[in-house]
Design a binder for this molecule. Structure first.
Ligand code: FCA
Length: 343
């Protein structure tokens, strides 16, 4: 009898130790001993991005990982460069029993198919950056989304272009805008439309606005599109450049350099403000890449992850739509601003 009760006591102490140890941190923040089942119990969230090589998405993942480390959930990062890969990625996440997915899809028109797949697998869905489009071509308002206030940010670009052009005293008759467009993506179209709208409001004429339609959203895609515009409008002396993001503007700046347009004749303003933009500002010689609108990769990566975690763990549904803003950075101001933003 005595033997049995001693055995029971030992067993209950062991049980208590296991329960107490489960999920607890020591003072150094390291996870304590786990019961064999705890890995399976951990919340699992997928984070799919369309361009894993782009610094913006690397930054988003970095901040998502910070949330995962703090909140102790498993983050599954997947790069899906086309629709098929995105669909397969959801199957994989379902097989791994993921409960949530944050996605910047490579193709917004696949929205309904991706949403249906996630729903069938009981995976909660939050789109980031690029909003899903429904069969009617309109944004799928029923899918939770966090993106940028694209038109406003585009307007900021337009305003800054107009101000810098004025500051340089450029003659309107010799100046043109090369708008790097990717109009099949709503957020990209809103950005370039916003820039054009504001520039036009300052008196910039439509005849001096040239759209360079990108076939792909990488540097070579922008480079090729800008070269076509440069060939068609060889008489322009000063160029302004706007686009979907830093990559678009950088491709155009490189194309202009190739044709002899130095920094003094080019004002390129991008969007994102991530590593590639900072590298451009750090170059010893000034380039035509004049400024960028710094977006909050932290909110897009960390806040989306926290929202998703809270939704799964505590049933707190995130807002249906969240829009973030940006701040203009230049070679002169970026260090101070990055510091202020805690980056
Ligand atoms: C889109 C762009 C990215 C980034 C993001 C916020 O997905 O392609 O470069 O600007 O929106």
């Amino acid at each position: 009898m005595k033997h049995i009760s001693r055995l029971l006591t030992t067993a209950s102490i062991l049980m208590l130790a296991l329960v107490a140890g489960c999920g607890k941190n020591d003072s150094a923040g390291n996870a304590g001993p786990k019961s064999p089942g705890s890995a399976a119990d951990k919340i699992k969230i997928g984070f799919i991005v369309k361009q894993p090589e782009e610094p913006w998405f690397q930054l988003e993942w970095k901040f998502a990982q910070q949330a995962a480390d703090e909140l102790k959930f498993d983050l599954v990062k997947i790069g899906a460069v086309d629709g098929e890969k995105a669909l397969t990625a959801i199957d994989n996440l379902a097989a791994q029993k993921a409960q949530g997915l944050i996605i910047c899809t490579p193709d917004t028109r696949l929205g309904p198919a991706l949403a249906t797949k996630a729903k069938a697998a009981n995976i909660k869905l939050l789109t980031v950056d690029d909003q899903f489009l429904g069969a009617d071509g309109k944004a799928m308002a029923d899918v939770h989304h966090l993106g940028i206030s694209a038109r406003n940010i585009g307007r900021m670009v337009g305003k800054a272009l107009a101000e810098e052009m004025k500051k340089r005293g450029w003659n309107a008759a010799e100046t043109a805008l090369c708008a790097m467009t990717y109009e099949e993506l709503a957020t990209a179209r809103e950005r370039t439309d916003g820039a054009i709208e504001t520039l036009s409001a300052t008196g910039f004429t439509n005849e001096a606005i040239f759209k360079a339609a990108q076939k792909t959203t990488d540097i070579p895609g922008a480079f090729d599109a800008a070269n076509i515009v440069l060939t068609q409008h060889a008489g322009v002396k000063h160029w302004l450049i706007c686009g979907n993001n830093d990559t678009a503007v950088m491709g155009a700046v490189r194309a202009m350099e190739g044709r002899g347009f130095a920094a003094g004749n080019v004002i390129g303003i991008g969007i994102n403000g991530s590593d590639d933009c900072i590298a451009e500002f750090k170059k010893p010689t000034v380039t035509g890449f004049f400024a960028s609108v710094l977006l909050s990769a932290k909110r897009h990566g960390q806040e989306t992850s926290e929202m998703m975690f809270n939704w799964i763990k505590n049933g707190v549904e995130p807002p249906k739509a969240t829009y973030t803003d940006g701040v203009l950075i230049t070679r002169e101001t970026y260090q101070k601003i990055l510091k202020e933003q805690g980056m």
